[in-house]
Design a protein around this ligand. Structure first.
Ligand code: NAP
Ligand code: SF4
Length: 665
């Protein structure tokens, strides 16, 4: 698609400024906010996105005052030194031709520090501490804190402010009856509950003057009991416009909502209807967000009138050049965000700086060498799983002559297996993107042929990288060789079908994925969007689909099932398995398998489970058939990914290792 036919590439007026296209990089905490040296990293990270064509960037949340910070490390803009620090963010973005807003986020009762404050002393289900109720005077001071920080933000070079008003933070806490039990002028009727966000909007408007952009990110759908009603949301939108907002961002749900809002199970642009209702209420531009990861979705939303701009946060981690690729006819080469949260949100919530599973450079730009290598080399990479792909792409970008080998006739390795798991369908788009990037980078692909050590040695490679991956760990239980015992790879790639009653041996990430794949039933006759809303009770009572099979998961250890699943997505998978009636039995010892099922012991008690199929998901072992021979033949060999250490290998580690090696070869 070219500029002439692409609605998302059209310029748009926001406040007194004209943005060159409709792409906003939505706010995301990076873990660098408030860290020494973090501002340089942020400057470089955001500048790369601005260079890639993103029209407007919004920083992670900075607090208007100390009480509002999310964590102890999260800072405010207090003095001249802070203002200077922020210039290290804004200057590189402007040099790269971009614009950037500072997001002001007061966490209220969502703060992870010892002295949280909120409209009412009501503890959040996510936090330990009961917040202290703000006094009337403190509310007025907080409004002034927003205005003062907005003035400082302009001094620091920001193009404006985004007020974070959704997702259950302080603004939401004032707006919703759920969290606002005040009886003074700041609580009660909706008119009163709106007072604080509207006062902040007016105060920030005044602080920014006419030039600075004022975005208010409001909730388009609350997804919590006693959140704002649909009617109240639209009243708020109109009032925010009157109070001086230039643009309305949108957020979906609160952090405590029992409904997935950004994970892979959410359909692309799955909340567009709620966002469209806001757009139809106001005359200022409205920004759509949540599960929009492809430019064609952005184009559709704008063309159908659901929104004026599109916010992508995680997708800009995955690919800094979304806009440039879309505009330049290189859409196929997109590095697609797969909504896994593994290296972004899961890192943030476990105190690590964020990155991206499919793009380890993201927010770690300084750790990668730029430009061509001193000496171009001839490099052979064996294994076109994600470690091999990442290595090939980085090496080719540095000017090496790269050949990628794989015995399969396709790329993707273990990641390809995951493409059939519900909620992981975007993995296929990511693999397509990798394939186009490999072609564009000039990597020679030799697929469908198992290369030998002699072949490799004969081709005179300067370096050989072995990314040959893993093989599933064989099961050491009597009867494991039976025809009813199947490995997970055969189930996921469709070579073997499971019967109606299934036992899964092993409950790691793959055991959970296979359980969902097998137990997941269809919501008959419903579209993907309707099925999601029905499954999770969005705008209707929840009614999970009937299970497709009777599935029992087994593990030898006694711990909680799913403890290795992602911090921000594991709860979704666990809920889906509960909805499908999947049984989970731990502390087992396997005794024998026969054609009718499996005998085991649970603790000391014998147990028999009748089953048609036993699926083995017992982890993996290294698969490295080549390194010894290659070393003997005098080749320079590097072993990466699962071929080096299979234990706890996941795609994140494999891609990271591959990319870093490819970059330094
Ligand atoms: P895993 O996480 O190591 O789990 C292997 C499972 O097999 C364990 O539950 C283990 O439990 C069992 N097991 C180990 N040795 C066994 C044996 N000799 N006999 C019987 N059972 C045995 O490996 P995975 O599930 O294959 O996953 C591989 C990697 O991919 C992991 O790092 C995982 O986190 C990642 N991954 C994550 C997700 C996700 O988060 N959704 C999805 C897919 C993959 P017991 O020893 O207690 O029986
Ligand atoms: Fe997207 Fe996963 Fe990367 Fe996060 S880690 S940006 S969810 S691909």
């Amino acid at each position: 698609m070219n500029t002439a036919t692409s609605p998302s590439l059209e310029p748009i007026r926001v406040g007194n400024q004209t943005l060159p296209n409709r792409y906003v990089m939505g706010s995301m905490h990076t873990g660098y906010e408030g860290h020494e040296g973090g501002f340089e990293a942020l400057g470089r990270f955001y500048a790369e996105r601005a260079r890639g064509g993103c029209a407007l960037i919004v920083t992670g949340g900075f607090s208007p005052n100390v009480a509002g910070r999310i964590k102890d490390t999260h800072c405010t803009i207090d003095d001249a030194a802070d203002i200077d620090g922020h210039r290290r963010i804004t200057a590189p973005v402007h040099e790269a031709g971009g614009r950037i807003l500072l997001q002001l986020l007061h966490a209220g009762r969502y703060a992870y520090h010892a002295a949280p404050v909120a409209p009412s002393p009501l503890k959040s289900p996510l936090n330990r501490d009961v917040p202290r109720e703000l006094t009337h005077e403190e509310i007025l001071e907080t409004i002034e804190d927003y205005a003062r920080t907005a003035r400082r933000a302009l001094e620091a070079g920001y193009d404006g402010i985004e007020v974070m008003g959704s997702e259950g933070y302080l603004m939401s806490q004032f707006l919703a009856l759920r969290t606002n039990h005040r009886t003074d002028e700041w609580g009660g009727a909706f008119e009163n509950r709106m007072k604080f966000p509207l006062a902040v909007t007016r105060a920030v408007r005044e602080a920014l003057g006419k030039e600075g952009i004022l975005s208010f990110r409001m909730s388009a759908l609350e997804l919590v009991e006693d959140g704002m009603t649909a009617e109240e949301i639209l009243i708020l939108a109109s009032e925010l416009e009157k109070a001086g907002a230039d643009m309305l961002g949108t957020g979906i749900g609160w952090h405590e909502s029992p409904v997935p809002t950004i994970a892979g199970v959410v359909p692309h642009a799955g909340f567009a209807e709620a966002i469209r209702a806001i757009k139809n209420t106001v005359t200022i531009p409205v920004v759509a967000s949540n599960r929009i990861n492809l430019p064609e979705t952005a184009d559709r939303l704008i063309a159908e009138g659901s929104a004026d701009l599109i916010s992508m946060a995680r997708p800009f981690l995955a690919d800094a050049e979304i806009v440039a690729k879309h505009a330049g006819g290189r859409r196929a080469e997109l590095n697609v965000c797969i909504a896994c949260n593994q290296a972004c949100l899961d890192h943030y919530f476990t105190g690590k700086p964020i990155s991206c599973l499919v793009n380890p450079r993201a927010a770690h730009e300084r750790e990668f060498q730029e430009g061509p290598a001193d000496r171009p080399k001839k490099i052979g990479i064996v294994g076109a799983g994600v470690a091999g792909i990442a290595c090939a792409l980085e090496a080719a970008r540095r000017g090496h002559d790269v050949t990628l080998f794989d015995g399969a006739d396709h790329i993707g390795g273990q990641l390809k297996l995951a493409t059939v798991v519900p909620g992981k369908y975007d993995y296929a788009a990511a693999i397509e993107g990798f394939e186009a990037q490999l072609q564009a980078a000039g990597v020679a692909m030799k697929l469908g042929h198992r290369v030998t050590a002699q072949d490799l040695a004969a081709q005179g490679f300067d370096e050989v990288v072995l990314a040959t991956g893993i093989t599933p760990r064989p099961l050491d239980v009597p009867g494991a060789e039976g025809a009813n015992v199947v490995g997970y790879t055969d189930i996921l790639n469709g070579t073997r079908q499971a019967g109606k009653r299934v036992v899964i041996i092993g409950a790691g990430g793959i055991g959970h994925d296979v359980a969902l794949f097998l137990a997941h039933g269809e919501q008959a006759g419903l579209s993907e969007q309707e099925a999601f809303e029905t499954q999770w009770g969005v705008g209707r009572p929840a009614s999970p689909a009937p299970a497709a099979r009777e599935v029992t998961m087994l593990q030898r250890s006694d711990g909680r099932f799913g403890r290795t699943l992602g911090k921000t997505t594991g709860w979704i998978l666990r809920q889906e398995l509960r909805d499908c009636g999947v049984r989970q039995i731990g502390n087992v010892r396997y005794e024998r398998i026969d054609e009718g099922g499996i005998d085991l012991r649970v603790g000391d008690e014998p147990m028999r489970i009748d089953a048609d199929t036993i699926v083995v998901c017992a982890g993996q072992v290294e698969h490295d058939p080549l390194s010894r021979q290659l070393s003997e033949l005098g080749c320079s060999v590097h072993v990466i990914g699962g071929a080096e250490v299979a234990l706890e290998l996941d795609a994140k580690r494999a891609i990271d290792e591959g990319a870093r090696l490819g970059n330094r070869l």
